[in-house]
Write a protein that binds this ligand. Structure first.
Ligand code: ATP
Length: 383
């Protein structure tokens, strides 16, 4: 069992822009840590530095308090579980799991190998399949064989690099649940790289969000969702994404596209001197006022130009006109969101009881306490 510390880790390829820029993370014994972010944010590079496949330009990597920057991958005792599981098709499940023990010749007696493989396969519920070949296993079982190999080696940690990215949605869902269950049961420290926010939110004890090599926030899934530190994290976590609208600061009020809302004295003090801020509100916090009145909330009437009904919920899309005086801030918003797109429409996640159709003018309500208010330049969340 082990903890892993990353201290001010930097990776530069050649003399270019750092692919990983001053990242510090403290991964506790038994913790499931997710590294997530859009393509090119440096998450794979970070994982490859931990496992030893990439040199660290500067900073310290420690396992159980011992600096391992200069240790060869095989001496770090970490188990990388690859996307294709790297199983040998001609070997049985037993022999695949036993492989690392047989590789270190003479170190393990046959009895010991038998015992370790049987113990691991029991934990992984593979004991009925020990004579099968990988070709006759489901994707989930293959994944478990790969994990079994890491267990018999008594690896200090599992490292996964996008293990589910080639699978279809249904299998991906099943495997995700399976990995979560196994990791909890085994309690092995795990670092898992993904660009998929559903995997990040469902698997991680904590999730580290990266953007262009820089760590934005590392927190529990709930904290990331409810208290994103900046625009980027707010826009990256959540589906459909948080709505962002530019708002004019007018005294102690914020003027949004359809409605003005009062600010708390603290918020008014924080945004003092700003003309414009970006207001974020998640689609589920805007309600159809007729079905879900929000007591003391702000209300506005707006035209719905599209609806999507999914059975248990529905989405309504409300277009709005951008005030031309905020264009510069919108360009910045686009940049901050890293191409996720500043949208000139508001998405509302309604419960399935709402009878709303395209072309309807509807009264909506929301509690201003659910608004996030961001600095349009730095992206900092004031709320
Ligand atoms: P993806 O999800 O697309 O795999 P990622 O977040 O894992 O992306 P990395 O693969 O870590 O990102 O890459 C981070 C940055 O470093 C990118 O800008 C990439 O182009 C650059 N990079 C990665 N490997 C190398 C390399 N061997 N030489 C030069 N630049 C590299």
């Amino acid at each position: 069992m082990s903890s892993i510390q990353l201290k001010n880790i930097v990776k530069k390829y050649g003399d270019g822009f750092p692919a990983v820029n001053d990242v510090s993370l403290d991964i506790a014994d038994g913790e499931f840590m997710i590294l997530v972010g859009p393509s090119g944010c440096g998450k794979s590079t970070l994982l490859r530095m931990v496992v030893g496949l990439e040199d660290i330009t500067s900073g310290d990597l420690e396992i159980n308090g011992k600096r391992v920057n200069d240790l060869a991958p095989r001496d770090r005792n970490l188990a990388m579980v690859f996307q294709n599981y790297a199983l040998y098709p001609h070997l049985t499940v037993f022999e695949n799991i036993a492989f690392p023990l047989r590789l270190s010749k003479g170190t393990h007696s046959e009895d010991e190998i038998q015992r370790k493989v049987r113990e691991a396969s029991k934990m992984l519920e593979l004991d009925d399949h020990l004579d099968r070949k990988p070709g006759n296993l489901s994707g989930g079982q293959r994944q478990r064989v790969a994990m079994g190999r890491a267990i018999v080696r008594e690896a200090d940690a599992f490292l996964f690099d996008e293990p589910l990215s080639n699978l279809d949605a249904k299998l991906r869902g099943q495997m995700r649940t399976e990995i979560a269950r196994m990791q909890r049961r085994l309690g092995i420290t795990t670092i898992y790289v993904t660009h998929d926010q559903t995997e990040a939110m469902t698997l991680g004890d904590r999730v580290a969000v990266l953007k262009k090599g820089v760590l934005q926030q590392c927190a529990s899934p709930r904290e990331l969702y409810e208290q994103p530190v900046n625009l980027f994290v707010a826009g990256f976590i959540g589906s459909p994404p948080m709505n962002f609208v530019p708002a004019r600061v007018e005294g102690d009020q914020l003027r949004l596209p359809f409605v003005s809302v009062p600010m708390t004295p603290q918020l008014a003090a924080d945004v003092k001197g700003k003309d414009v801020v970006i207001v974020g509100i998640r689609p589920e916090y805007i309600k159809d006022a007729e079905v879900n009145p929000v007591s003391g909330g702000a209300t506005f009437r707006a035209l719905v130009d599209q609806t999507e009904w999914l059975g248990n919920e529905q989405y309504a899309y409300i277009p709005f006109e951008q005030d031309s005086s905020v264009q510069g801030h919108l360009d910045n918003l686009e940049k901050e969101l890293d191409g996720e797109g500043a949208r000139s429409q508001i998405v509302v996640n309604l419960d399935a009881r709402s009878q709303i159709f395209e072309g309807d003018e509807v009264e909506f309500a929301f509690d201003p306490a659910h608004m996030h208010v961001f600095d349009p330049e730095s992206g900092h969340n004031y709320t």
